[in-house]
Design a binder for this molecule. Structure first.
Ligand code: C2E
Ligand code: MG
Ligand code: MG
Ligand code: MG
Length: 281
């Protein structure tokens, strides 16, 4: 399971890597080898709109298929990579892999939908993100509107001007931006006005008890109304039950993502799922 894999990884990094500079060098080597040896892969989870229950997009989620430790989930290595420029290296791999996969699905004649990748604040500060994205789209002949980027509130809180500028340029070129994990940033973001985004994804911590916790229900309802008033789409994350789905549809939420419809799956399985684009509620 995700939990046990995570626990194993933690021990793995903790015991073998101590002194900090040696640790960084070691980690860098490990990540580079893992990229070279094709140990990373992307899994895909559909985003479903709540009118016809059709798939309107996919989120690409990175996994590390470690030869000894098995499948390692991003929570166990992304923050390590974020502590230095490894995340830039890994981020480039993610952009390339997502575009390569889109091109492969197109070549198979599958009806493709936009793929969203997660981007860390450090990648926005890299200075080359725009160039990397545009070059990669070109390389695989992918239209910019087939790529989406998810950023968290922290990207704007840490360095508003940089985030705003880079994302605005991407948006101008047709790459859509969504604000991920909305609500977890302790409202460091004063408001959602004028951000270069088209959608917000409400964090799954607000969805989990939405039927029993009245304050969660109120937060979600007012977030939906705020977002709609600003012309933004609303996606609910972590929808696991029919009851949550019904609640969200009634509340006017636009789209959902979660285990209820589909867990993240490998590209081959997602290819099969793309053929039948519609879910039953
Ligand atoms: P996220 O972007 O908020 O992605 C959603 C996470 O929720 C994913 O976890 C997904 O598997 C999980 N999830 C989806 N539906 C459900 C549900 O119904 N219930 C529950 N309990 N969980 C659900 P995952 O794949 O472990 O990724 C965790 C986080 O790691 C992501 O959160 C994202 O912040 C980060 N991440 C993933 N891939 C990348 C990447 O390529 N680059 C960067 N920088 N970060 C990534
Ligand atoms: Mg995300
Ligand atoms: Mg999220
Ligand atoms: Mg997250």
């Amino acid at each position: 399971s995700a939990k046990s894999a995570g626990a194993a990884t933690y021990r793995f990094f903790d015991t073998s890597l101590n002194a900090s500079s040696a640790r960084e060098t070691e980690l860098l080597g490990r990540f580079k080898r893992a990229i070279r040896d094709d140990e990373f892969c992307l899994h895909y989870q559909p985003r479903v709109e709540l009118q016809e229950f059709t798939v309107v997009g996919l989120e690409a989620l990175i996994r590390w298929q470690h030869p000894e430790h098995g499948l390692i989930y991003p929570n166990d290595f992304i923050s390590l990579a974020e502590n230095n420029d490894l995340i830039v290296l890994l981020g480039r791999w993610v952009i390339d892999a997502a575009c390569r996969q889109l091109a492969a699905w197109c070549a198979q004649g599958l009806p493709v939908v936009p793929v969203a990748i997660n981007v860390s604040s450090r990648q926005l500060k890299d200075g080359a993100l725009l160039e990397t994205v545009m070059t990669t789209l070109e390389k695989y002949q992918i239209s910019p509107d087939l790529l989406e980027i998810e950023v968290t509130e922290s990207c704007f809180i840490e360095d508003f001007d940089t985030a705003n500028k880079v994302l605005e340029q991407l948006q101008k070129r047709g790459v859509k931006i969504a604000l991920d994990d909305y609500g977890t940033g302790f409202s460091g973001l004063k408001n959602l006005k004028n951000l270069p985004i088209y959608a917000i994804k409400i964090d799954r911590s607000f969805i989990r008890d939405i039927r029993n916790d009245n304050s969660d229900a109120v937060i979600v309802a007012s977030t939906i109304s705020l977002a709609h008033n600003l012309g933004l789409k609303v996606v609910a994350e972590g929808v696991e039950s029919k009851e949550q789905l019904v609640h969200l549809k009634t509340a006017g939420c636009d789209q959902v993502q979660g285990f209820y419809f589909q867990r993240p799956v490998a590209a081959s399985e997602m290819g099969r799922l793309l053929q039948r684009r519609k879910f039953r509620p």
